[in-house]
Design a protein. Structure first.
Length: 103
Protein backbone atom coordinates (compact mmCIF):
# COMPACT_ATOMS: atom_id res chain seq x y z
CA UNK A 1 0.00 0.00 0.00
CA UNK A 2 1.31 3.45 -0.85
CA UNK A 3 2.01 5.95 1.91
CA UNK A 4 -1.18 7.60 3.01
CA UNK A 5 -2.29 10.15 5.54
CA UNK A 6 -2.70 8.94 9.13
CA UNK A 7 -6.24 7.94 10.00
CA UNK A 8 -8.28 10.11 12.34
CA UNK A 9 -9.26 8.47 15.62
CA UNK A 10 -12.83 8.13 14.35
CA UNK A 11 -11.75 6.38 11.14
CA UNK A 12 -9.34 4.15 13.04
CA UNK A 13 -11.95 3.02 15.55
CA UNK A 14 -14.65 2.50 12.91
CA UNK A 15 -12.31 0.24 10.93
CA UNK A 16 -11.16 -1.51 14.10
CA UNK A 17 -14.74 -2.18 15.19
CA UNK A 18 -15.66 -3.52 11.76
CA UNK A 19 -12.60 -5.80 11.79
CA UNK A 20 -14.48 -7.73 14.47
CA UNK A 21 -17.52 -8.24 12.19
CA UNK A 22 -20.39 -6.35 10.54
CA UNK A 23 -22.06 -3.71 12.68
CA UNK A 24 -24.46 -0.79 12.50
CA UNK A 25 -23.59 2.82 13.31
CA UNK A 26 -24.88 2.84 16.87
CA UNK A 27 -23.11 -0.45 17.60
CA UNK A 28 -19.85 1.00 16.26
CA UNK A 29 -20.31 4.09 18.44
CA UNK A 30 -20.82 1.92 21.53
CA UNK A 31 -17.91 -0.40 20.72
CA UNK A 32 -15.60 2.57 20.12
CA UNK A 33 -16.39 3.99 23.53
CA UNK A 34 -15.74 0.58 25.13
CA UNK A 35 -12.49 -0.12 23.24
CA UNK A 36 -11.11 3.36 23.97
CA UNK A 37 -12.01 3.22 27.65
CA UNK A 38 -14.40 6.13 27.12
CA UNK A 39 -11.72 8.41 25.69
CA UNK A 40 -13.13 8.43 22.15
CA UNK A 41 -16.77 9.04 21.36
CA UNK A 42 -18.17 9.19 17.87
CA UNK A 43 -21.28 11.28 17.37
CA UNK A 44 -23.95 10.46 14.83
CA UNK A 45 -22.86 13.29 12.49
CA UNK A 46 -19.27 12.10 12.53
CA UNK A 47 -20.41 8.51 12.02
CA UNK A 48 -22.57 9.42 9.00
CA UNK A 49 -19.80 11.47 7.35
CA UNK A 50 -17.07 8.93 8.09
CA UNK A 51 -19.01 5.91 6.83
CA UNK A 52 -20.01 7.82 3.70
CA UNK A 53 -16.38 8.76 2.99
CA UNK A 54 -15.10 5.27 3.75
CA UNK A 55 -17.65 3.73 1.38
CA UNK A 56 -16.41 6.11 -1.35
CA UNK A 57 -12.83 4.97 -0.63
CA UNK A 58 -13.97 1.34 -0.84
CA UNK A 59 -12.91 0.57 2.74
CA UNK A 60 -16.37 -0.45 3.92
CA UNK A 61 -19.59 -1.51 2.27
CA UNK A 62 -23.20 -1.48 3.33
CA UNK A 63 -24.82 -4.87 3.68
CA UNK A 64 -28.39 -6.05 4.14
CA UNK A 65 -29.16 -7.93 7.33
CA UNK A 66 -31.41 -10.95 7.38
CA UNK A 67 -31.72 -10.85 11.17
CA UNK A 68 -35.18 -10.01 12.51
CA UNK A 69 -35.27 -6.45 13.81
CA UNK A 70 -32.15 -5.39 11.92
CA UNK A 71 -33.69 -5.24 8.44
CA UNK A 72 -34.03 -1.46 8.61
CA UNK A 73 -30.59 -0.72 10.10
CA UNK A 74 -27.62 0.06 7.92
CA UNK A 75 -24.99 -2.58 8.54
CA UNK A 76 -21.42 -2.00 7.48
CA UNK A 77 -18.77 -4.54 6.62
CA UNK A 78 -15.01 -4.10 6.21
CA UNK A 79 -13.60 -4.71 2.71
CA UNK A 80 -10.14 -6.03 1.86
CA UNK A 81 -9.08 -2.46 1.07
CA UNK A 82 -10.35 -1.39 4.49
CA UNK A 83 -8.40 -4.19 6.16
CA UNK A 84 -5.30 -3.00 4.32
CA UNK A 85 -5.85 0.60 5.47
CA UNK A 86 -6.30 -0.58 9.07
CA UNK A 87 -3.18 -2.76 8.94
CA UNK A 88 -1.16 0.14 7.52
CA UNK A 89 -2.34 2.41 10.34
CA UNK A 90 -1.54 -0.20 12.99
CA UNK A 91 1.97 -0.58 11.53
CA UNK A 92 2.43 3.20 11.56
CA UNK A 93 1.31 3.42 15.20
CA UNK A 94 3.62 0.54 16.21
CA UNK A 95 6.59 2.28 14.52
CA UNK A 96 5.79 5.49 16.37
CA UNK A 97 5.55 3.65 19.69
CA UNK A 98 8.82 1.82 19.05
CA UNK A 99 10.53 5.14 18.44
CA UNK A 100 9.34 6.52 21.77
CA UNK A 101 10.60 3.45 23.63
CA UNK A 102 14.11 4.23 22.41
CA UNK A 103 14.11 7.62 24.16
Amino acid sequence: MKKSEPLSESYYYILLCLSKGPNHGYGIMQMTEKLSGGEVTIGSGTMYGATSNMMKKGWIKEIISDEPGLERKRLYNLTESGKEALRAEISRLKRMLANTEEV
